[in-house]
Design a protein around this ligand. Structure first.
Ligand code: ATP
Length: 224
């Protein structure tokens, strides 16, 4: 019999956060309560090679996540992927977290994903190793229903085998289960915010004022 996990599960929330917005913040906040997490570790990705506007660096995305999460003691920010200055992949990131000098093997880890990210999971680098390292919790996202019938076959069978309707399953083992949770539906995306800024429109009330001030002070996402 494997040992039960030590402590409450920890949420792990990776993303580009280009920029971080209230959809991300509500996902992490609601996951903490719905899934009874000890907290959420935010992991901004390193610089993607193709999609990133060159004027927004990984360090600046990290700074915006720090500003957005600073007031919440249940949130911590992991800067390692940004320091690595290379493309980030989730399985190597989780392997790093499982090292003895990091979180080790006894902690339950829960990878938090929006439904759009989950439905694309089968295209991720070494995705089939993910559930050896962590549980997965899928947040409902407007416009992205999770319909097992529409998933690629390998992901659909993984979902059927691993899905649990009881979030308490996350506290009973260190990895391996898939749960979904309802969150306040916010049809906010970083793409929409970049587009608003590029066209000179206000993004106010879609993301924290501190982040908007940072964007303004650093001349990010300039109007064109
Ligand atoms: P972009 O528009 O640039 O693709 P994004 O808004 O989807 O960005 P990411 O940083 O790519 O943001 O997303 C990080 C994680 O947050 C992903 O798992 C994504 O599914 C989830 N997410 C982002 N926005 C929302 C939202 N409004 N509701 C629920 N989940 C969200």
């Amino acid at each position: 019999m494997p040992e039960p996990p030590v402590g409450k599960p920890l949420g792990v929330f990776g993303g580009t956060f280009d920029p971080v917005h209230f959809g991300h913040l509500r996902l992490a906040e609601e996951a903490t309560f719905s899934l009874d997490l000890a907290g959420v570790r935010w992991i901004p990705a390193g610089q993607p090679l193709l999609r990133q506007a060159p004027q927004v660096s990984a360090r600046q995305r990290l700074a915006m996540v720090r500003l957005a999460t600073a007031e919440n003691p249940a949130f911590e920010v992991d800067h390692t992927e940004v320091d690595n200055a290379r493309a980030s992949y989730t399985v190597p990131t989780l392997e790093r977290l499982r090292q003895p000098d990091q979180l080790g093997q006894q902690r339950s880890l829960v990878l938090l994903l929006g439904a759009d990210a989950f439905t694309g999971l089968a295209s991720w680098h070494r995705w089939q190793s993910l559930l050896d390292l962590a549980h997965i919790a899928v947040a409902h996202r407007p416009g992205f229903p999770v319909d097992p019938g529409q998933l690629p076959a390998a992901l659909a069978s993984c979902y059927a085998e691993r899905h649990s309707s009881d979030p308490a399953a996350l506290g009973q083992s260190t990895a391996g289960r898939i749960v979904s949770f309802a969150m306040t539906q916010l049809a906010i995306s970083a793409t929409q915010i970049r587009e608003l800024l590029a066209s000179g429109c206000s993004p106010r009330y879609l993301l924290p004022d501190e982040v908007i001030a940072y964007i303004r002070d650093h001349h990010l996402y300039p109007e064109h």
